[in-house]
Design a protein around this ligand. Structure first.
Ligand code: PLP
Length: 371
């Protein structure tokens, strides 16, 4: 196939590995002698059942998911899970409350959505701007919480947990949103009761939401829970309660095969650390020309927000930075509207070579514009 020249630093939907797109292209019209495309395939056909089973097996292998967990393929995105989590897990709390660690805009959104269904206890006062995770000794846990919720990687703010938080009450399940760092680093599913991720950043296309949930948490959803968001209903029907996003599941299977062939999550983690260091090093060596507000202890390997021209950013320089990058075929570097500046998203599919192109550009831009 034709080699693409655009480097996509978008936060999601994000770059999908070329090898995956090429494989999908060769199978686009006809999947394995079925005479039809996966797009046209019944979700109850043996061929699609095979795709689902293989996708789950690959995910279990690559994430080392223990047997006491079920894997669900749902829809509704991470945002759907902001509601599904409280509706399905509220039963765990006699007072109807849950603990939330708000470390960025996505966990803040999750906490706001959860308030519709239960009492939200923020385990610490969120700091704004979101640049730091408070010391564990400052977290105020609630013994009767249905669960403790956190976002493993804040896509907008670039704040990432290096380890899952240690809980005070071990009967309270830990819930993680891993939408933007799934399979980018080793991650201990067993420390959690439930984790979820949309696949549009590190695992394929938009449309599929993966939920990994401990078996004992199934079957107690609030009665008002929509069936499509009810974990138990979906599990009983092997994730075909209703028509699943067949093509997105197929693409995730291809991405998981790619991850396996790259050496798995440990190899990707090494690569991801090297990639993010290429950018952070330029920022930290720039004597304030570039500025990343995130504390060193929780800087993300996946999403790097930074300003150009000082701590508060110089909007003229930032515009020039983005335009200059686009001239060199590097796209989607604009920071989220809530934080401004620049954001480089370095998901698994972004190569070291592509990241080096950005870091070289940053050095040259600084030589030209630093006063
Ligand atoms: N959680 C995180 C960490 C995200 O980055 C996003 C989207 O960017 C979401 C949740 C929301 O996901 P969705 O758009 O699939 O609802």
């Amino acid at each position: 196939g034709k080699k693409r020249t655009v480097v996509n630093f978008g936060p999601g939907p994000a770059k999908i590995p070329e090898e995956v797109l090429q494989k999908a292209q060769t199978e686009f019209l006809e999947y394995e002698h079925t005479g039809i495309s996966v797009l046209e395939m019944s979700h109850r056909s043996p061929e699609f059942d095979g795709i689902m089973k293989e996708t789950e097996k690959l995910l279990r292998d690559e994430m080392s998911i223990p047997n006491e967990f079920e894997v669900l393929f749902l829809q509704g995105g991470g945002s759907g899970q902001f509601a599904a989590v409280p509706m399905n897990l509220k039963f765990k709390s006699s007072s109807g409350s849950a603990d939330y660690a708000v470390t960025g805009s996505w966990s803040a959104k999750a906490a706001d959505e959860a308030k519709r269904y239960l009492d939200v206890n923020k385990v610490f006062t969120p700091m704004k701007p979101y640049t730091k995770i408070p010391e564990k000794s400052q977290w105020k846990f609630n013994a009767d919480a249905a669960y403790v919720y956190y976002c493993a990687n804040e896509t907008v703010d670039g704040v990432e947990f290096q380890q899952p938080p240690e809980l005070k009450y071990h009967n309270v399940p830990l819930v993680a949103d891993i939408s933007s760092n799934i399979l980018s680093r080793p991650f201990d599913v067993a420390k959690h009761g439930l984790v979820f991720a949309g696949t549009q950043k590190n695992l394929g296309a938009a449309g599929l939401t993966i939920v990994i949930v401990r078996k004992d948490l199934l079957g107690h959803a609030e009665s008002y829970t929509p069936s499509v968001l009810n974990y138990h209903e979906n599990h009983k029907m092997n994730s075909v309660y209703n028509t699943p996003p067949v093509y997105s599941i197929y693409l995730t299977k291809l991405v998981l095969e790619w991850i396996r062939d790259k050496g798995g999550v440990h190899a990707l983690y090494e690569r991801n650390k090297n990639k993010s260091a290429l950018i952070y090093d330029v920022v930290d060596d720039s004597q304030g020309f570039y500025y990343c507000p995130v504390d060193l202890s929780c800087r993300s390997n996946m999403n790097i927000p930074f300003r150009v021209g000082g701590r508060d950013g110089n909007s003229d320089l930032e515009k020039k930075f983005i335009q200059g990058a686009e001239k060199l075929d590097m796209i989607s570097l604009k920071g989220h509207r809530s934080v401004g500046g620049i954001r480089a998203s370095l998901y698994n599919a972004v190569s070291e070579e592509e990241t080096r192109k950005l870091s070289e550009y940053m050095k040259e831009f600084m030589v030209t514009f630093k006063t």
